[in-house]
Ligand binder design. Structure first.
Ligand code: AMP
Length: 274
């Protein structure tokens, strides 16, 4: 496994792979890797001869500097994780490498003013800016994204359709703990008690969903969702949205439940299939 920090070296290796006719799968991450990332790596390894993962904590997508500073970082563990999961290249660039002085940010124009875009202004501008850069540097055949970040996945789908016609997007289902919690780098912040608390919240949510009639429309379903969440300590959103276009229209059966809640100061997002 190679650990590469600069674009020049990275492209030298990637070009050698391409010259040999190897297909390349790419997984963008912010590190603090877990089995959720592992499932993206596994999928890429099954589909391609070579798998490259980037580890880059993209400051531009943090609308809150404290959140950026507090984001979990654990290089040694990530290297071991990638080695054990048969990654070929880790690309771990510096901020200067990704954003040279003249580099201009781009603005996201998809799925605006809803869900995370409403509550984290500028977040998706940062996401599309870094992905635009990384996709252009790496020019892989396929790129792997988790359904865990569903709005991001839909935005990336549009970004790729518009700007990267040769790149194939592969969505990967959310990996969960036995209790139903979506694995996330941010879960590491929790003590055992906080985690137990989160698990019981998740169980209540799963139970709430399971008791709903799937034939009702989203307006009615969202009244029930509002009722369910209204006494919760702190949340940004908790609502059903159409899984194909993220609108509030259609039947419950065609939707997902999207939430962003705060637990002990940590912001957690998830989306659950019906
Ligand atoms: P991150 O490092 O959190 O930016 O995530 C990098 C990629 O891993 C994104 O495409 C995420 O959607 C995906 N991912 C994160 N957690 C999970 C999970 N529990 N299951 C599947 N994919 C995940």
């Amino acid at each position: 496994m190679l650990i590469i920090k600069d674009i020049y070296n990275l492209q030298t290796y990637l070009n050698a792979y391409k010259d040999k006719g190897h297909s390349i799968g790419y997984i963008p991450t912010m590190g603090a890797l877990h089995e959720g990332h592992g499932s993206l790596i596994e999928k890429s390894n099954n589909d391609n001869q070579k798998t490259i993962i980037s580890i880059f904590i993209n400051e531009k997508q943090f609308n809150d500097n404290q959140d950026f500073e507090a984001y979990p970082r654990n290089k040694g563990d990530d290297y071991n994780f990638c080695e054990n999961n048969k990654v070929d290249i880790i690309f771990e660039p510096s901020t200067q490498e990704i954003y040279p002085k003249e580099y201009k940010s781009i603005q996201n124009s998809y799925f605006q003013n809803i869900l995370c875009d409403q509550y984290r202004p500028g977040h998706f501008d940062g996401v599309v800016t870094v992905l635009n850069r990384l996709f252009s540097i790496i020019e892989s055949d396929k790129v792997y994204f988790g359904e865990k970040d569903f709005q991001q996945l839909k935005i990336v789908e549009n970004l790729i359709n518009e700007n990267f016609p040769n790149l194939k997007l592969v969505p990967v289902p959310t990996v969960r703990s036995n209790e139903g919690i979506a694995l996330s780098s941010r879960n590491r912040k929790f003590s055992k008690t906080q985690m137990a608390d989160f698990i019981s919240f998740q169980k209540e949510v799963i139970q709430f969903i399971s008791h709903l009639d799937k034939k009702i429309d989203l307006i009615e379903a969202n009244k029930k969702a509002e009722e369910f969440i209204k006494s919760y300590e702190k949340f940004d959103y908790f609502e059903f949205r159409n899984a194909s276009n993220l609108s509030l229209e259609g039947k419950l059966a065609d939707s997902r439940l999207f939430y962003a809640i705060y637990k002990s100061g940590v912001r957690l997002i998830d989306n659950l299939e019906l």
